[in-house]
Design a protein around this ligand. Structure first.
Ligand SMILES: Cc1cc2nc3c(=O)[nH]c(=O)nc-3n(C[C@H](O)[C@H](O)[C@H](O)COP(=O)(O)OP(=O)(O)OC[C@H]3O[C@@H](n4cnc5c(N)ncnc54)[C@H](O)[C@@H]3O)c2cc1C
Length: 586
């Protein structure tokens, strides 16, 4: 089959903060870079990030990167790799200043320095008083960062394929990744992008769950592509539920609200976090606050006619603070709830938010898989951002650390690719078999008929994931969930696009996305079923304790045979002493 082809040094799949930061590094080094994105780059989900990006600048309160490192490891419930965490926390200040110089309009203090707000799970002096570490551009930080990175890429002449959908990776028999098959969404035409290196930066998979904070596009495509290429996914059981989504709707009310002094109350008006986290209160780690809200509601202390949510109170902050620091939150409450938070509290409930697991990488963004007693890299393949698991977030991500992750590891991967390209100067030949397998995914959705609808199956998957793999889990509920997701996969195999006079490309894209989501649903539930302990966001009612002896290790889920394997956590930092696991209290 002859398909049109384009050749680049590097193909970046995804134009969020992770992809754009890597592309910028490469374009500035004069590599020939292509970025494909299924939406226009500045609509990537990074645009939605509200609260801010962490860096120990010490502009508001005393701070240093070592305290940030401690908080991140503790927040991860000791599952984060300490070398990668040290690397990220040390690089943070430099990269935030770099963003500032690139044009990000950070909010300012009266003395002109970057404003930093208080975020959950962050402390001074290794677990002492609350820190102020999160650099914000009001409550539109992701918007500011994404637009700045896009503009800088345009200046550096990065080549963009806007509204192209990546279908599958192309791999040769020696295991090198040589680019991807992509689809131009407007025309439906396939295109082969050949590349000496491919970087996946396709974001998270929040659409696995019915109520979530994510955009419709967050379907974990890159992670599923990796699975189909034989690469396992790491730590998929750890899915973050953000404590404060708008109840029943899911849209995020940033942790920045609690950082500015907002707090949660139950139906008795009680500030209940005093009972769950006496020291950090509402700024305890996200897994802790989500479980507390869930427990309050379960105990009948929820608010509203159905007692099914709690309230986030911020009216006491006053209109001036809200207007200056939280304008988008106020807009959102007015638009979606028809209430003004200056006068009324916001109804909130935990909502699916962030994929901690993903494609296993080292701290240079290289994709690594188990080999013998160690690991080996997949030549030519990199991953960064929410689709990757480096792992700096471990079992629970701290707010403000994801925007940091994407710029730190986007840049690191860019630098490593530059070195790789020096050693690998020529394109390797592409086999027809690899292309045919990727094309088969596309042509399969050209069949039409009157089978089940893709849309209905997607909603069913989201419902199953919410009911069977939520904040609290048990073996029986997970087992039932796994069986249901398997059935959904079988039904999807027989689903067809509706028999209209013509098939819209968007319908075909939604079908491809659902295939990806189903793969990730299986990975998530199977990994959750495998882990018989409670750690971070993975809370097993039947195994309520953390069990470091057996479970201080990363899970790896393989698509072939739906098998699980495990690998050790990298406990040794780069230059400082490691932080051994301790009881995690806030
Ligand atoms: C509402 C909200 C608020 C948040 N606030 C914060 C915050 O304040 N601080 C913080 O640190 N973190 C925050 N986060 C998390 C953080 O924003 C994300 O984790 C991060 O921005 C992800 O960046 P990314 O580059 O990995 O992916 P994304 O920004 O999601 O970009 C993914 C890219 O991949 C492309 N793509 C995906 N699949 C395909 C495909 N098949 N073909 C082609 N292109 C594809 C998309 O088009 C997009 O360009 C927030 C998240 C949400 C949902």
């Amino acid at each position: 089959m002859t398909l049109p082809r384009r050749r680049f040094d590097t193909l970046v799949i995804g134009a969020g903060g992770g992809g754009l930061r890597a592309a910028l590094q490469l374009a500035q080094a004069e590599a020939n870079v292509a970025v494909v994105s299924k939406v226009f780059p500045t609509r990537s989900h990074t645009v939605a990030a509200q609260g801010g990006i962490n860096a120990a600048l010490a502009n508001v309160l005393p701070d240093n990167w070592h305290w940030h490192m401690y908080d991140t490891i503790k927040g991860s419930d000791y599952l984060g790799d300490q070398d990668a965490i040290e690397y990220m926390c040390r690089a943070a200040a430099h990269l935030v200043i770099e963003l500032e110089h690139a044009g990000v309009p950070f909010s300012r203090q009266a003395d002109g320095r970057i404003y930093q707000r208080r975020f959950g799970g962050q402390s001074q002096n290794f677990g002492g008083e609350q820190a102020a570490r999160t650099c914000a551009a009001a409550d539109r930080t992701g918007h500011a960062i994404l637009h700045t990175l896009y503009q800088q890429n345009i200046r550096a002449r990065t080549h963009f394929f806007d509204e192209y959908f990546a279908v599958d990776l192309l791999r040769d028999e020696q295991g090198y990744i040589l680019g991807a098959l992509v689809l131009e969404i407007e025309t439906g035409e396939p295109l082969i992008i050949e590349a000496k290196t491919t970087l996946i930066a396709s974001g998270g998979a929040g659409q696995l769950f019915r109520t979530n904070t994510n955009a419709h596009i967050n379907t974990g495509d890159g992670m599923a592509m990796a699975l189909r290429a034989g690469i396992p996914l790491q730590d998929m059981e750890f899915f973050q539920f953000h404590p404060t989504g708008i109840a029943g709707k899911g849209m995020l009310i940033s942790e920045g609200v609690r950082g500015e002094g907002g707090y949660l109350i139950n139906r008795d008006g009680e500030r209940f976090m005093e009972r769950y986290a006496p020291h950090a209160l509402d700024l305890a780690s996200r897994d802790v606050v989500s479980r507390a809200i869930y427990t309050e509601v379960k105990a009948g202390r929820g608010c509203g006619p159905k007692y099914d949510h709690v309230l986030l109170k911020l009216d006491h902050l006053g209109e001036a603070v809200i207007a200056q620091r939280l304008p988008a939150i106020r807009d959102m409450a007015r638009t979606f709830l028809h209430i003004d938070p200056v006068e009324q509290p916001i109804p909130v409930y935990p909502t699916a938010h962030y994929t901690m697991g993903g494609i296993p990488t080292d701290r240079h963004g290289r994709v690594v898989v188990p080999a013998g007693h160690g690991e080996e890299r997949i030549p030519g393949l990199y991953a960064v951002g929410e689709c990757a698991c480096v792992s700096v977030h471990g079992a629970n991500r701290l707010g403000g650390n994801s925007l940091l992750d994407i710029v730190v590891f986007g840049r690191a991967a860019g630098n490593d690719i530059i070195e790789y390209l020096k050693e690998n100067r020529y394109h390797r030949p592409l086999s027809d078999d690899g292309i045919a397998a990727a094309m088969a995914r596309l042509t399969r959705w050209e069949q039409r008929g009157d089978g089940e609808s893709v849309d209905g199956l997607r909603r069913e998957l989201q419902q199953v994931m919410e009911e069977h793999c939520g904040v609290f889990r048990t073996q029986a509920v997970l087992e039932e969930g796994l069986a249901k997701v398997r059935q959904l996969r079988a039904r999807l195999d027989h689903a067809v696009l509706k028999d209209h006079s013509r098939i819209f490309n968007t319908a075909r894209i939604e079908a491809l996305e659902l295939e990806n989501l189903v793969e990730l649903g299986l990975a998530t539930v199977a990994s959750a079923l495998g882990r018989n302990e409670s750690r971070g966001a993975h809370s097993r009612v039947d195994y309520p304790q953390r069990d470091d002896e057996r479970w201080l290790r990363h899970s790896l889920y393989f698509r072939d045979g739906e098998t699980l394997d495990y690998k050790p956590v990298r406990m040794k930092p780069l230059t400082v002493e490691s932080f051994p696991p301790q009881e995690r209290v806030y």
